[in-house]
Design a protein around this ligand. Sequence first.
Ligand SMILES: Nc1nc2c(c(=O)[nH]1)N[C@H]1C(S)=C(S)[C@@H](COP(=O)(O)O)O[C@H]1N2
Ligand SMILES: [Mo]
Length: 407
Amino acid sequence: MNEVEYDERRLQDFVAGRARGFSRRDLLRLSAAAGVGTALAGISASPAAAATPIVKPLPPELFRALGTNAETRWSSLKDQGYYVPIDRFFVRNHTTTPIIDGATWSLSVFGSGLRGGPVQFSLADLRKLPSVTVSAAVECAGNGRSFFTSQQGQTVSGTAWTLGAVGVARWRGVKLSTVLRRAGISRHAVDVQPAGLDANFVSGGVDLGQVRRPFPVEKAFDDVILAYEMNGEELPADHGYPVRVIVPGWIGIASIKWVGSIEVSATPLFSPWNTQFYRLFGPSYPAEGQPFDTQVVKSAFELDAGTVFEAGVRTTLTGRSWSAHGPIRKVEVSVDGGATWKRARFYGATPGGVWQRWELTWKPEAGAHTLLARATDIHGNTQPDVTVHNTLGYLFDAVVKVPVTAA
Ligand SMILES: Nc1nc2c(c(=O)[nH]1)N[C@H]1C(S)=C(S)[C@@H](COP(=O)(O)O)O[C@H]1N2
Ligand SMILES: [Mo]
């Protein structure tokens, strides 16, 4: 699967007007109303629903609440295992968590890419099919967005995540390829588009419909699953009960929660979530925006900014690094604002090669310190000092400066 080629082909389709579902004309109409790449995304969503948008408790020691979303506090991952427990896994909701009855729920697979008409699957049907268990990260494309502003002095719009919009879990479910074969996918199918059963997303007064985003049939047949379990438990309401899509390595928006339908199309599909949102806009990018699907390389310390250490006492700094392109090869840490760097020691298994845990001992002197961590994956992808600006603040991969003190 070559995502870059796919993105290029689809960008050409879009510009040439070969866009079904959400056309360039729709985009221009909307941008006249709202200003594409400026006043969009996350917390500007309709505040209509009074109910709390997230079902599970959000204790402040585990989460930072951000509008309809909540990010994991990195300090809450210290001394945890490889997987992020459900009680602290971040939540990104465009609106609110819907409560769905798994007994009456069904998935409808339909579209011009099937040999016949629509096919329905109940939860029991899916559970009867052969299951797989995969380790995969879900990470919001906007994870780290706030650092465009705090570190680079740039204006971006969207949820002001620090680094807590990522989590790795064990997902159990059925391969999407199994379901597509049962539904009678034809050799003419090119794109697949799951849609969520949460409320329609309204942005700038325009109803954009169900949260949905296409991906190519090649990816669907590669490693995508329809998950009904997370970390050995029934999928929780906030994470997509009864069934969600998991698209390994791709930005979080691809992993549609509360999936109710999957369109299988013989022609390229588009939605606001791969045209108006989740494109790179800005002076360094094409006017139509640069499409993207995969995540970048990132690192995080398992502590909160502003942590106070005991001066002169040995401590162990821990953290995690990850790349969508492959396992991490090395992590370098600086405790002096980037003047000098040391290799961190890796520990623990990395099932699925998703993220690597690491540690380094440090004896801080009294005063203020800036911690940095920089990872490199096995292909040589690494973290720059500065991320090229894009107006919606996606894919922040630069090394993050973490201020701490010792007293
Ligand atoms: N139906 C639906 N699916 C969705 C979303 C949503 O709002 N509605 N948010 C997406 C985004 S932007 C992300 S980052 C992930 C977050 O998954 P999580 O809440 O389980 O961590 O779900 C994706 N799937
Ligand atoms: Mo996201």
